[in-house]
Design a protein around this ligand. Structure first.
Ligand code: SAM
Length: 349
């Protein structure tokens, strides 16, 4: 057995490797190793979640953002971005439509838009929970104060997604303006965990300046942080950002990393992301076959879907659209998988 395969087996059995071991895998793995890792990851996933895939309705509540992340099409400096913000009624309307189609988790994601202060956001969360007590609410609205996270939790939010983006400070500062620090990002993640959110971290694959050493540290961070959810998708350039000319991340490497994260944390909720679906017509299926078990189709109003443009060509039609649930279910069935209509919480032991 090759050293890489030995290490992948060790990860499956012990759920831990050193940063150097992760690095060794990344430097030396072959397509065949990736196929073996995917097979193992799929089995591990089946052992816990069966053949079921959780569906989340993604509501992109605002394209207004105070931040200036160098990779993101919503960055403040992009003056050509069409900005919008959904009203409370519009968000509730999305939930109503989603609920009727069968979604039982609503993910409210957006730029860091000061309009959604604690009072407004908590009122929206409470209204969703009052109308749909059997549904989970996930928030993904960036870095906030501990007090704010506390208020959101008290209002009824169940989960919070905040990708760490990269676990290496120097790389973090190559991707973000100076005012944003990895230290603060990590502090937010720690607080979210302490407040008992089901917490999601994650990173982009192939972001500018990323090396295997960075990815190895990301894997070690994910191992130690032990998130309930983990978003890993390829970086895709956006024409109006400083990274317009950089290449997109690899679909194959993204799938391999999904497999490693599944072996590391068998119970983790792992989405096959929209970015993966954007990069390859079968990207989502490839992610699911590599060990992912969540998909997050778009439930935003049709009129704004094009405006939430994080990267060029972001998919929002076909199987990326929440209303095409039947089509999504058919694709899952062709993979021997089934859409699970429940809240789909993290399964604790
Ligand atoms: N503002 C919130 C935050 O910072 O967590 C949530 C929205 S943010 C746009 C969601 C995620 O989109 C980011 O964590 C980032 O990893 C991803 N993203 C942004 N630009 C991207 C790009 N060009 N390619 C791929 N993913 C991107």
């Amino acid at each position: 057995m090759s050293r890489v395969l030995e290490l992948i087996n060790k990860l499956k059995d012990e759920h831990s490797l050193s940063t150097d071991e992760y690095r060794f895998i990344l430097d030396n793995y072959t397509d065949e190793d990736a196929r073996s890792a995917a097979e193992m990851a799929l089995k591990v996933k089946q052992g816990i979640y069966g053949n079921e895939v959780f569906l989340r309705g993604l509501i992109e509540v605002s394209s207004i953002c105070k931040n200036d992340c160098l990779y993101c099409g919503l960055r403040r400096s992009n003056t050509n971005c069409q900005r919008y913000r959904l009203t409370k009624d519009e968000i509730l309307e999305c939930c109503k439509e989603g609920y009727n189609i069968g979604y039982r988790t609503f993910v409210l994601q957006g730029g860091e838009d000061a309009y959604f202060n604690d009072e407004i956001l908590c009122d929206i969360i409470k209204s969703i929970k009052e109308s749909y007590p059997d549904c989970a609410v996930t928030i993904s609205l960036g870095e906030r104060s501990r007090k704010s996270y506390e208020a959101i939790k008290k209002a009824g939010a169940d989960r919070y997604l905040l990708r760490h983006e990269t676990a290496t400070s120097e790389h973090y500062s190559q991707l973000h303006p100076e005012v944003m620090t990895l230290e603060n990002r990590m502090q937010c993640l720690k607080e979210l965990k302490e407040l008992q959110f089901q917490t999601g971290c994650g990173f982009m694959v192939g972001s500018p300046f990323q090396t295997n050493e960075h990815i190895a540290r990301d894997l070690k961070f994910i191992e130690e942080f032990s998130p309930e959810m983990c978003g890993i998708g390829p970086f895709i350039p956006h024409h109006a950002t400083p990274f317009a000319e950089y290449s997109a991340g690899s679909v194959e490497l993204t799938c391999f990393l999904l497999s490693l994260v599944r072996l590391m944390h068998p119970r983790v909720l792992l989405p096959a992301t929209t970015a993966l679906g954007t990069m390859h017509p079968n990207g989502r299926q490839m992610g699911l076959l590599a060990g992912a078990n969540v998909i997050m189709p778009n439930l935003s109003p049709q009129s704004v879907r094009k405006k939430y443009e994080l990267y060029d060509g972001k998919a929002h039609t076909g199987q990326e659209a929440a209303e095409n649930k039947k089509e999504i279910e058919n694709t899952l069935e062709s993979l021997g998988m089934y859409a699970n209509a429940s809240r789909g919480d993290f399964k604790r032991i």
